[in-house]
Design a protein around this ligand. Structure first.
Ligand SMILES: [Zn+2]
Length: 283
């Protein structure tokens, strides 16, 4: 039987990326960058989870309604894309409250179940964030990147498949925890772990390797893909960044939509809440 994987889109503006920090624009391109993604999902009759930045929703209410009405899941990517590491508990609660009030204005009372921290910024230093998410009624988090490869994020030793996440240690499973975690599953070859299923990694890896690697993950479990609309949008502004930031930010943008389509063509996907089977209870 073919496995069903989880598909997530982080709906933010190009300037929310950490690597272009400090640059901003009042001009929103989120709608133009996201429409082709929605068209592609329609074409492949696939539903995804959109982790939305609240201020993007505020500027693009019609886009949010259209995503929701198509049957995609709306999740939270904070209100202003601040890293959770840079917030204390009261600021984090404030961010969530602002996000929820914007969403309520746009969609009415809709249950938001899923959260993704900007730049995967939840680890043991700020694990209090998990309890806050649970207080707000969240059912799952998708912010754990279980290997340390990037200077900013990553937790080595965290589980690489969905688990009930302990509020005491994010690397531990706790069957009594109210919150599920869907980590970004890497490809594992022996003791080697290779990130493969999103962002720069997805843009940079050749299709044949992606196909082989993702099929290999699917032998034992589903994987979680993450994609940003600005990653597949030709008009994403390109700046003269230092080499590392430049490569990670811009490599493969022109072919990213084709690669995204390649995934939709060769693998089955659903919303994260569906893959985690969180919809049995009435909401
Ligand atoms: Zn983000």
């Amino acid at each position: 039987m073919e496995r069903i994987n989880a598909l997530s889109i982080d709906l933010e503006e190009w300037y929310h990326s950490e690597l272009v920090e400090g640059r901003r624009s009042s001009f929103s391109q989120a709608e133009d960058a996201t429409r082709p993604v929605l068209d592609l999902l329609d074409r492949y009759q696939t539903k995804a989870s959109f982790f939305v930045v609240g201020e993007v929703a505020e500027q693009n209410p019609d886009l949010i309604r259209s995503i929701f009405n198509k049957g995609h899941e709306i999740g939270c990517h904070t209100f202003s894309h601040k890293l959770v590491w840079n917030m204390d508990e009261s600021l984090f609660r404030e961010e969530l409250e602002r996000f929820h009030s914007v969403m309520e204005k746009i969609l009415g009372k809709v249950k938001i179940k899923g959260f993704r921290a900007p730049c995967f910024s939840i680890d043991n230093r700020n694990r209090w964030a998990l309890r806050v998410l649970s207080d707000f009624g969240y059912k799952y988090d998708a912010s754990i990147f279980p290997l340390k490869i990037n200077p900013l994020y990553g937790i080595s030793g965290a589980p690489t498949r969905p688990y009930r996440i302990s509020f005491e240690d994010v690397r531990k499973e706790d069957p009594r925890s109210p919150l599920m975690e869907f980590p970004l599953c890497p490809l594992m070859i022996g003791s080697l772990k290779i990130p493969i299923s999103g962002g720069f990694y997805l843009r940079a890896l050749p299709r044949s390797f992606l196909y082989w690697g993702l099929r290999r993950i699917n032998r034992s479990q589903p994987f979680l893909v993450y994609f940003h609309p600005w990653e597949g949008y030709e008009k994403t502004p390109r700046f003269k960044l230092p080499l590392y930031q430049r490569v990670v930010s811009y490599y493969g943008i022109s072919s990213a939509m084709k690669k995204f389509e390649f995934l939709l063509k060769h693998f089955r996907f659903a919303r994260v809440d569906q893959v985690l089977d969180l919809n049995r209870e009435k909401t």
